[in-house]
Design a protein around this ligand. Structure first.
Ligand SMILES: [Zn+2]
Length: 113
């Protein structure tokens, strides 16, 4: 059991305190159940298990058809400045020559920029 309480998911205040099973935030009054925090759920990993973050650069590991067009995102395409979003396609990004689109994290691999 750790003494360090997670920050408030609503306002990111670190002055959280515990009351029974709930965590409370004195800043915004938010109450929530620890352990169900967005922490783990919102962690997006690439095809090999690297944790992805906003602004990362990734490469596409397989040819991906672009929905609603004949364009294909080729394997090896480098995509800079990804943005993580909720949903089936959990990466929002701009692909050179194609434009804004959503990717699935399991089809990309993080690279050092
Ligand atoms: Zn708060």
């Amino acid at each position: 059991m750790s003494d360090i309480l997670p920050p408030c998911p609503e306002c990111a205040s670190t002055y959280t305190y515990q009351v029974d099973a709930l965590l409370n935030c004195p800043q915004c009054g938010h109450e929530w159940q620890p352990g169900t925090a967005a922490d783990e759920a919102s962690e997006v990993r690439d095809s090999v298990g690297n944790v992805l973050r906003d602004g990362d650069t990734v490469t596409v590991i397989k040819d991906l058809k672009v929905k609603g067009s004949s364009a294909v995102v080729k394997v090896g395409t480098k995509v800079r400045g990804i943005r993580l979003v909720d949903g089936d396609h959990d990466i929002d990004c701009k692909i050179p020559g194609i434009g804004q689109m959503g990717l699935k994290s399991q089809f990309v691999k993080k690279v050092a920029d």
